[in-house]
Ligand binder design. Structure first.
Ligand code: HEM
Ligand code: HEM
Length: 259
């Protein structure tokens, strides 16, 4: 069936076919609203054999993604400030120099208490970001139950895993998609560990009876930051490559939902 556009209001449909061994040709006019209806049902962008190539993200998932991005960046910033600016001798020297410039002479202990006060203030912000991060994680878990069927993370992961095991079509992207999704799954696990250990530190860090346990919790919390940093680098590199190669528009899809 061929559609010939004539003007804004009328169009012609040129229909060719075979009925009872006779070829037929039909030309009939239709109005533009009928064409609009046809284009809605026409699966133009959808790749039927690989439906997973049509990316769509719900507004809630996008809200989670970009909110999470801002919160994690803020959280990492607080860690960076305390680890590089307000750390040890560097911070003591900055404060001491400033006091001397202002004509004040402070003892080492006094300078140290100023630095500790500043560090505690930055940790306060880290904990606020932490509460937001934990709430966002809870939101992401609840969201999973309300996502449309084909966009449920764990359903998608299981389907990919099954498809990979039976090797339905070795030439398709199953292996690649499975690796990407598994990385996301690993990240979610790390985020869960971070939230649980962080919340324990926020509530029980100063409890003397839990001192040695809190020490271990802090070590775990500290350690998990590194795989998270690695995930972020790999993720950004992956998104950059996808945008340049076979998934052009993937970043704007994560902004406007795609389609
Ligand atoms: C702190 C930084 C970031 C973290 C932790 C992060 C985390 C994630 C996670 C967990 C997903 C999977 C969501 C799901 O399907 O459940 C995802 C998807 C995605 N992210 Fe990020 N993201 C970060 C930064 C960014 C940035 C800066 C961009 C864009 C430049 C970006 C672009 C995307 C895109 C396009 C997807 C969809 C990819 C796909 O469908 O496989 N992300 N991100
Ligand atoms: C990506 C997320 C996070 C990263 C990278 C991160 C990283 C860190 C690091 C490196 C420390 C320093 C540990 C030390 O002093 O040895 C720390 C401390 C802490 N974090 Fe997190 N954290 C994150 C999420 C959270 C969350 C969700 C919470 C929950 C509220 C939280 C609460 C805390 C608390 C209470 C401390 C101890 C601060 C202090 O010493 O007073 N963090 N975090």
């Amino acid at each position: 069936m061929l559609m010939v556009r004539q003007n804004n209001f009328t169009n012609f449909i040129f229909d060719r076919g075979k009925k009872n061994r006779h070829r037929y040709y039909k030309i009939y006019p239709i109005f533009s609203h009928k064409i609009v209806a046809m284009s809605i049902i026409e699966p133009s962008k959808q790749n039927i054999t690989k439906p997973q190539t049509t990316k769509k993200y719900t507004s809630a998932l996008r809200l989670w993604h970009w909110g999470n991005f801002i919160i994690i960046s803020g959280s990492l910033l607080t860690v960076a400030i305390n680890s590089y600016i307000l750390k040890g001798q560097t911070a003591l020297k900055i404060v001491n120099d400033q006091l001397t410039k202002s004509g004040l002479n402070a003892s080492n202990d006094q300078v140290r208490s100023v630095v500790v006060g500043l560090r505690d203030r930055v940790w306060d912000f880290h904990v606020y970001f932490g509460y937001c991060l934990a709430s966002f994680l809870l939101f992401r878990i609840i969201l999973e139950f309300f996502q449309p069927g084909d966009q449920k993370f764990f359903r998608h992961l299981t389907v990919l895993f099954r498809r990979y095991r039976v090797k339905e079509n070795p030439a398709d992207n199953t292996r690649h998609d499975l690796v990407v999704k598994s990385l996301y799954a690993l990240f979610y696990v790390l985020l869960l560990i971070m939230a649980c250990t962080g919340l324990s530190l926020a509530f029980y860090q100063d409890d003397p009876s839990l001192k040695s346990l809190m020490h271990t919790v802090k070590d775990v919390h500290n350690f998990c930051m590194y795989p998270i940093l690695i995930f972020i680098c790999v993720h950004l590199a992956g998104v950059f490559l996808a945008e340049r190669q076979r998934s052009k528009g993937i970043v704007s899809d994560m902004i406007n939902g795609g389609g």
